[in-house]
Design a protein around this ligand. Structure first.
Ligand code: DAH
Length: 343
């Protein structure tokens, strides 16, 4: 009896470690252990040689061993010993496949693309520039020398190990880099991310996006600037929107202006978004300052040009009815997936 029990234990181990896979191996397993001439039948035959008082105990152990073997057999039939689907029959080809989630475009990218494509239709081509910039391209060449008070409005982040490098405060650095290439005439639209050292709130962030435009050629006038921007506003906001230019100051343009459109939400009547003025400021613009042209080795007596710069976040907030700028950069899929299928 003891020898038999030891044998069962050894077989239990063997069955547990059975390494075969696939339908053929399962069948082999059945024949070896569960078949009419198999191990279990064989062990049952041993029963008659045991003393009468041990028969019951042995019967129970054998029964338990049989159940264990059967369970191993059904597992083997379904899967290989490595746990993977093994037989062709186990794959149900009629089941629907796993759907691959389709992402959505970010609302900032959608708005940027809208803006850029309108100018592309006017012959502007896209130019980009570095976000980590030097003082010259971000400030000095744009007629914003060191200690110029206008620098205060564009405080940024400096690289502590080398303060000659900073995070650009506007996309105007691209103007300089493109003009320095010396290929004229130049007609570019420049989208990009910019940085400011500002307190983060629902209305402002330490980084945001801008689109810059620049057109340099002989005889470019303020009338060209206005006509270009009128076209943009009509394409972007529709025919019934009003536009106004307010005189302003930027060191890199002279004269300079800010452009407002009639508030899209209250249709000019006054609401808390337009601070009850009926107008929304959407961009800054002007005629490129002669000093800026000179910094890029362009002769201001021969060439003139206009430039403009606008934020992307504000029009996106308005268009998609979003009330907090921080949502754009939190990467919350519950927010982002609401833009699936939106253009
Ligand atoms: N760089 C300006 C800013 O970030 C925006 C701007 C104003 C860009 C006038 C221009 C411009 O090109 O002509 O506030």
């Amino acid at each position: 009896m003891e020898a038999l029990l030891q044998k069962i234990e050894a077989y239990r181990q063997e069955i547990n470690d059975y390494a075969g896979t696939g339908a053929e191996a399962a069948e082999q397993f059945r024949i070896t252990y569960l078949g009419t001439k198999g191990l279990i039948k064989n062990l049952m035959g041993e029963m008659k040689h045991l003393p009468a008082d041990r028969k019951k105990e042995f019967g129970q152990i054998l029964n338990d061993f049989k159940q264990f073997t059967e369970a191993r057999y059904s597992a083997l039939k379904e899967t290989g010993s490595n746990g993977q689907q093994s037989s062709a029959a186990a794959i149900d080809l009629s089941l629907p496949g796993d759907t691959i989630p389709v992402g959505s475009r970010h609302p900032i990218s959608m708005m940027r693309n809208r803006i850029v494509s309108i100018f592309q239709r006017l012959g502007f081509s896209v130019a980009e520039g570095p976000e980590i910039e030097d003082d010259w391209h971000n400030f000095t060449a744009l007629n914003l020398p060191e200690y110029h008070p206008a620098r205060d409005m564009q405080d940024t982040f400096y690289i502590s190990t080398d303060p000659a490098w900073l995070l650009r405060t506007h996309t105007s650095n691209i103007q300089i880099r493109e003009m320095e290439k010396g290929i004229l005439p130049l007609r570019i639209i420049c989208p990009g991310r910019v940085y400011r050292n500002e307190t983060i709130s629902a209305r402002s962030h330490c980084f945001f996006h801008q689109v810059e435009g620049l057109y340099i050629d002989e005889n470019v006038s303020f009338a060209d600037l206005k006509q270009t921007l009128y076209f943009f506003v009509k394409e972007m906001y529709g025919n019934d929107v009003s536009v106004r230019f307010r005189p302003s100051y930027f060191p890199f343009t002279e004269p300079s202006a800010e452009m407002d459109i009639s508030c899209q939400l209250c249709k000019g009547k006054g609401c808390n978004v337009c601070k009850y003025t009926g107008w929304l400021e959407i961009l800054g613009c002007g005629m490129v300052h002669p000093k800026v042209l000179e910094h890029c080795n362009i002769d201001p007596a021969k060439y003139t040009g206009f430039a403009f710069g606008m934020g992307v976040e504000r029009p996106a907030l308005l268009k998609y009815g979003i009330n907090d700028i921080r949502l754009f950069s939190e990467n919350d899929v519950r927010f982002l997936k609401q833009f699936t299928g939106v253009v």
